[in-house]
Each structure stands twice: as C-alpha cells, then as structure tokens.
Design a binder for this molecule. Structure first.
Ligand code: AN7
Length: 357
C-alpha cells in the first residue's frame, strides 16, 4: 500500500482552526525525526535520555514551515494576494516558499547584512521581494505591523495566531513518538513564538488525555540578545546566532506563561557556548544545525553542569534549523587549514597516514 505524506494541515486538520474543507498549502512539512542522541549524554557527564527534534529537515530547512503552512493556508482561503513578514531569515525563507506555492506575492523585511547566506538565497530563489532595512528585526516587525494597516498584505509573522497553531504540532509528534511528554523540553528563544507553541501543543494533548505528564519548558537566549533575562526588551541585540538576534519578542506574555506554568526557566548562553554546542552536535552525533539551534544544547549543557537537570531525565531539544543555512559560520568554525596536495598517490597516502597517527 502506498501512503503519501500530505503534510501537517491534513494530518492535524481537526486540531487546527481552519475554515472547513479549505485547500491545504503544503510542502509535506512536519513529521521530522526525533533522533536519540547516543554520544552527547556521556559528553555532558549526566545520564539523561536525550532526543533531538531535528526541525532542520523540514522543506525549507527550519521549524518555520509548520507555522507557515497553516498561516498561508488560512490567508489563501480568504483570497489574500500577498503576504509580508519581518525576519531574521528562516521565516522569510518559509514565507517565500509557501507563498510561491499559493501563487501569492511575498514581501520580506530583513536586517541588512545580518541574515545567513542560505536564508537569503531561499527568499531570492522563491521570488520574494526582499526589502533590506538598515535596522534590526525588531524595527522590521514594527514596520510590518504599520504597513499592513495601509496596504493589502497579510502578516505571516508569529503575531498571526495561525503560525503558533501550526508550530504546536511539533509537540504532538513528540508525544506520539515517545508515548509521553519529556521531563524537559529545551529550545532557543528569539521572538518567543516557538516556546509558546510547544507549550500549547503539550497542554492540548494533556487536556485530551493523550499524555499524562507535562514537560518543564527551558528557553535559552543568546547572552547579547536576552530580553527575558533582563526582564524587559533590549535595544541593540547582538549574537553570532543571527536567527535569534531579537530584543523585543512578540510572544513575550505567552512565553513567560509557558515557563512559569511548566515550572521551567529561561537562561542565557554565550556565543562561545553556542558555537561549541554546534561543533559537539556535528562531531559527536552527526547532526548539523545552525548556530541558533545549538543554543538548545548549550543551555542544556549548562543546566546539567549547574545540577538543574539530573540523571534519569528524559530531555527533548529542538534543533530549529539546518546547519546549511549558515555556511559562513560553519566554515569559520574550523581553525585548521584544509590540506591541498598534488594529485599523486604518494601525497594523498602521506596525508592519510599522518592523520591516522
Ligand atoms: C533557527 O526567522 O524569528 O523564539 O524571523 O530561525 O519562535 O522566534 C527565527 C527564529 C530559533 C527562535 N531558531 O524562535 C525569523 C525568526 C531558529 C530561528 C528561532 C528562530 P522563536
């Protein structure tokens, strides 16, 4: 029997507040692997059961596809002709792709010079109109809110509630895979939509008796872009993890509720910790994620070291985006030069032998 994956709008339609019978705008997103980590627990020095929800395997390479399929499906059902978003990169890539599929125009506002190369390539390739602003994401989002009042465009940032509705499905998939919710769910926090959506999804399955426990939600921010740790928005966020270079998160209240009600916490990690975690995932597990995603592991490592997460815990970390999104950072992660040799057996053999020693 053949079974074609229809994407998450079809799979979870009964749990999504979409107009009945509307056409799904889908790229077969979702259903991403929950990869058991085999080497990292030893590296962290704590005997936890650790799983990576590898969202980089979505069609445009990030978790944003979950929210975008639902937001664009809904906008398309109402006959919208154009969508707009501000973005640190991944939202723009997803919006551009789903808008292309729906024959809609896509406008994206991005901070000039501050988005990863792969994401820019995606927005351009899918035919979006890319508007670079000489400012940051927070200024971009404020402009999007204003401009959508005066021109006929649908906002597909996570202030559009259909985005979080789509993103909550990742929690459903985790419960379906584990047969329970984890003890801890750790993830990066930028605009704070994803942590809010996961908590919504876990609670929904819990309320419907599809799982008996709820996880503690642990949200990790980059040190230079950590408004939740400051207790208020910050003006000039800075981090190597450009995806989470955000100072005024839109889903502030929802994220705070998720952390409080789940007895979780926010913490911050340095750029150095983020980069080290990205290397660990690549070298110890064979998983390539982008820097922002590695904040999950950086924060987890810190919490294990501080004794906040102990032996026996079941932990899921979301790896929000694929490593190929940001080739510049990946290449800069390697200090040692590449080897260049003449095309001779002797040189190649010599190189191999010297590396095996
Ligand atoms: C890889 O694309 O905000 O806390 O405009 O791309 O839900 O914002 C990206 C966010 C984490 C943070 N990891 O999630 C955008 C954007 C990656 C991301 C986050 C983002 P939220």
């Amino acid at each position: 029997m053949t079974q074609i994956d229809t994407g998450l709008v079809e799979k979870y339609r009964a749990r999504l507040p979409l107009p009945q019978g509307c056409q799904a705008i889908s790229l077969c997103e979702g259903n991403t692997p929950l990869i058991p980590c085999v080497n990292l627990p030893t590296k962290l020095g704590v005997d936890i059961k650790l799983y990576a929800k590898y969202e980089g395997l979505n069609p445009t390479g990030s978790f944003k596809d979950r929210g975008m399929t639902v937001a664009v499906t809904e906008a398309h059902a109402r006959g919208a002709k154009a969508v707009i978003c501000a973005s640190t990169g991944n939202t723009s890539a997803a919006a551009a792709a789903y808008a292309a599929r729906a024959n809609m125009h896509c406008f994206v506002l991005i901070p000039e010079g501050k988005i990863a190369l792969g994401k820019l390539a995606q927005a351009r390739m899918h035919g979006a109109t890319v508007i670079q602003i000489q400012g940051n994401f927070d200024q971009g989002l404020a402009l999007v809110r204003e401009v959508a009042e005066v021109v006929p465009v649908e906002i597909v940032n996570s202030i559009n509630p259909f985005r979080l509705q789509g993103q909550k499905t990742a929690a459903f998939e985790i419960i379906e895979a584990l047969g329970r919710a984890p003890d801890y769910h750790v993830l990066p926090v930028g605009n704070a939509g994803n942590i809010s959506a996961y908590w919504m999804g876990y609670r929904e399955y819990h309320d419907d008796n599809l799982c008996s426990n709820l996880p503690r939600m642990c949200g990790y921010q980059a040190e230079g872009a950590a408004p939740f740790l400051h207790g208020e928005p910050i003006e000039n966020p800075e981090t190597v993890a450009t995806a989470i270079r955000i100072g005024a998160p839109a889903s502030w209240d929802l994220a705070e509720q998720a952390v409080e009600r789940s007895s979780g916490w926010f913490a911050s990690v340095s750029d150095e910790q983020i980069l080290q975690a990205q290397r660990w995932l690549a070298e110890s597990e064979g998983i390539f994620c982008e820097p922002a995603s590695a904040a999950s592991l950086a924060g987890l490592a810190q919490d294990c070291e501080r004794g906040n997460i102990g032996p026996g815990a079941v932990v899921v970390m979301t790896l929000t985006g694929h490593g190929l999104k940001d080739p510049d950072i990946a290449i800069a992660q390697r200090q040692e030069p590449m080897v260049t040799v003449s095309p001779t057996l002797a040189d190649v053999r010599e190189t191999i032998i010297s590396h095996l020693e």
